[in-house]
Design a protein around this ligand. Structure first.
Ligand code: NAP
Length: 299
């Protein structure tokens, strides 16, 4: 396949195979890591992990595994000699029951984004929580998120974000399209809950010092959606959208134009991947030597 037109689903073009996956250097001792998801071919994680293996001279490759049933791949991990996995949509919750052990964060959040295979065991971790907290903290001069914050959405990512924010001492308002789903989070995290509608504008304003957008509304191919369409930013809000493709969602663009401090989800993706890299290799990610690029930079 050439780079622009896949001959079949999952085909990778020769230039990417050689440049990103270092295909010509893969041998029988090459360690295998990967990301499992459905869909997964859009994942930017191979562009983050492979250059780091290269920079450190580690004989390893990181590949996408398009998997609709994670049980099958976990069973095959030993035969394929897969040493570690990132886990993405829609497997983060379901996979927690299939592992030998899970760490405290996975147990508390109920979602796992990292699996490491050691001595035949499969150990699960969650690096989204710390990845988000590190990324969002950079937006504030004192390195701490404000006391009152809003989370838009109540899915898996919202749980990780809520875990991070309440752990940092924030009072959180969760606004979601399906209010019942948000109520489950309220029971667990003691947050306030409101519908994702005009009726919530007043409450939202009083929890707007930081607004974290965690829904998939605004992500390609739904980039014509703005989940907070009814809310006018006044410039005082800091707005973090976990989406990174497109680099600026409609919501972020409105917030920036109103004068808000804004961030997309690319830094969060990097920070959670740096932590994964440490779990995979036992060493630090070579940040000073590798600067992964978000999808929009390479086009
Ligand atoms: P999820 O568990 O399926 O949750 C989806 C959430 O989006 C739910 O709250 C759902 O509301 C809401 N939603 C979906 N379509 C909507 C619409 N049209 N209008 C309003 N709300 C809508 O998904 P997830 O795993 O949390 O992932 C959410 C996003 O986070 C994805 O875009 C993913 O790529 C991104 N993400 C980014 C990073 C990063 O490192 N930057 C990490 C993880 C995830 P209902 O409850 O009403 O259905």
């Amino acid at each position: 396949s050439d780079a622009d037109a896949q001959a079949a689903p999952g085909h990778i073009d020769p230039a990417t195979l050689c440049d990103v996956y270092r295909y010509r250097r893969i041998g029988e001792n090459t360690r295998i890591f990967g990301v499992i998801g459905d869909p997964v071919m859009h994942s930017r994680s191979p562009w983050i992990h492979n250059p780091a293996f290269d920079a450190l001279g580690i004989d390893a490759v990181y590949v996408p595994f398009h998997v609709d049933d994670p049980r099958e791949l976990l069973t095959a991990c030993a035969d394929l000699d897969v040493d570690g996995l990132s886990v993405t949509i829609p497997h983060k919750e379901r996979i927690t029951d299939l592992l030998s052990s899970i760490d405290e964060t996975v147990r508390e959040v109920g979602s796992c984004n990292t699996v490491v295979r050691r001595n035949g065991r499969l150990d699960g971790y969650n690096t989204d929580v710390r990845g988000f907290l590190t990324a969002v903290s950079r937006l504030f001069a004192d390195g701490a998120p404000p006391r009152r914050t809003t989370v838009v959405g109540a899915g898996g990512t919202a749980r990780a974000v809520l875990h991070a924010l309440t752990g940092a001492g924030c009072e959180v308002l969760v606004v979601n399209r399906t209010v019942e789903r948000a109520r489950e989070l309220a029971e667990r995290y003691g947050c306030l809950v409101a519908p994702l509608s005009k009726d919530s504008i007043g409450l939202l304003r009083s929890y707007s010092a930081l607004i974290v957008q965690t829904t998939s509304a605004g992500m390609k191919p739904h980039d014509d959606l703005d989940p907070l369409w009814f809310y006018d930013f006044d410039g005082s809000e800091t707005v973090f959208d976990v989406i990174y493709a497109p680099p600026e969602t409609l919501l972020l663009s409105r917030a920036r134009e109103a004068g808000c401090v804004t961030s997309n989800g690319w830094r969060m993706l990097l920070e959670q991947a740096y932590l994964q890299f440490e779990l995979f290799t036992g060493g630090k990610y070579p940040r000073e030597r590798v600067a992964p690029t978000p999808p929009h930079v390479e086009g």
